[in-house]
Design a protein around this ligand. Structure first.
Ligand code: TXA
Ligand code: MG
Length: 358
């Protein structure tokens, strides 16, 4: 199969819309990451998505819509909290889980009786959904297990020859996947942290819980979002996060500098040891800290003062580690950034929870 590379012009989106209508697969940009789309109401399209990604078919897909009215077709019950959240955050990087209607095939929901629904804010995504007249089932457009794609080039690396087309809409804005909230339990529960935080949600709907399996990754806890149980986002090299242990000191600039220096010393020790053994080693750090490390072997991942810039760069940095053949990767922690929770969720999954406390 030849994968067409399309632009985000109206004519090209029309070409992509026809492909979707005819049962084909198209990767497209959203504000979070690139999605790999097919007709959500056609079991065969969902099966083709699993095949293209090499993804286990018990891992449900998110259904993308372009107007809130569609929710009432896809779900049997739409509680008040759902309406409030839709109003506050859509279009945008929030996915809600509701009881599914019969029109949604089990192939799309991985056998579950619930459906994940998202109304993306990216103009090309909206245009594609509207023009095709199709609800688009779309996981992130990476091969299963690899970091999610934040550019069309990343999608091509993973999907060339496996899908009909890729819409190139440039680099995405947010860079990590949508926040997922389950609204089928008594208390709304975050199944995957994202750009929209627990606090953002609580400001609007009151108490929100976080799935315990996310806070304390532990093999005996089964996450409610099946996708969260798989190793994800992982680079080929062995990634370790190095973090300063929290101590009860005032968050005084003086202490912060000492903390950064202690982390940098540890990372440099680890780096030097692996280098001496002849291994290819790379370091991930916020741009403010790159000066601590060997310039050539350090990749800047945004700024500590802006979690948004870290999120936007994270997956590209993990992919760069693969491209450069890194066997070992040491990363600073980004837990103190805003949206640090979502960033660390992804980084620690990529690290297989490997973390050293200084
Ligand atoms: O930002 C995003 O959400 C991106 C873009 C493309 O929209 N999509 C995305 O899809 O990240 P994917 O398939 O990579 O992740 C979907 C996650 C998985 O962890 C899956 O298990 C969970 O959503 N999920 C989907 N339907 C669910 C359901 N009915 N119940 C619980 N979890 C569900
Ligand atoms: Mg994914």
């Amino acid at each position: 199969m030849i994968t067409k590379i399309l632009s985000d012009s109206e004519q090209d989106i029309e070409v992509a819309a026809q492909i979707l209508k005819n049962g084909g697969l198209v990767a497209f940009p959203t504000e979070t990451v690139y999605g790999l789309g097919g007709n959500a109401l056609e079991a065969s399209a969902s099966q083709a998505i699993y095949a293209a990604k090499g993804r286990p078919s018990d891992n449900p897909l998110i259904v993308h819509i372009a107007d809130t009215a569609s929710v009432y077709e896809l779900a049997t019950e739409v509680p008040e909290t759902a309406k409030t959240l839709m109003e506050a955050f859509w279009p945008g990087p929030l996915t809600i889980i509701l009881p599914k209607a019969d029109i949604v095939p089990k192939e799309t929901t991985g056998g579950l009786d619930t459906v994940a629904i998202r109304f993306p804010s990216h103009p090309a995504a909206m245009e594609l959904i509207r023009r095709s007249g199709v609800y688009i089932a779309a996981p992130s457009a990476n091969t299963s297990g690899r970091p999610s794609p934040t550019t069309a080039k990343h999608v091509k690396e993973d999907m060339d020859g496996r899908i009909d087309a890729i819409i190139d809409g440039g680099a995405v804005g947010i860079g990590i996947e949508s926040t997922i909230v389950d609204l089928t339990s008594d208390i709304p529960t975050i199944l995957r942290p994202g750009f929209i935080t627990k606090k953002n949600l609580e400001d609007i709907i009151g108490e929100v819980r976080i799935d315990p399996a996310i806070i304390h990754p532990d093999p005996s806890l089964r996450p409610k979002a099946p996708g969260m149980k798989y190793t994800h986002y992982a680079p080929v090299g062995e990634l370790t996060v190095v973090e300063k242990t929290d101590i009860a000191v005032p968050t005084d600039a003086r202490f912060k500098d000492e903390d950064s220096a202690a982390v940098a010393d540890m990372i440099n020790d680890l780096y030097n040891k692996k280098k001496e053994e002849g291994s290819k080693v790379l370091i991930l750090a916020p741009e403010e800290h790159c000066h601590f490390y060997n310039n050539e072997d350090t990749i800047a991942v945004g700024s500590i003062d802006s979690g948004i810039t870290v999120a936007a760069r994270l997956y590209a940095a993990l992919r760069e580690c693969d491209e450069r053949g890194a066997e070992f990767i040491y990363s600073e922690s980004f837990k103190d950034c805003e949206i640090g929770g979502a960033i660390m969720n992804r980084l620690l999954k990529a690290a297989g929870q490997r973390i050293i406390h200084v």
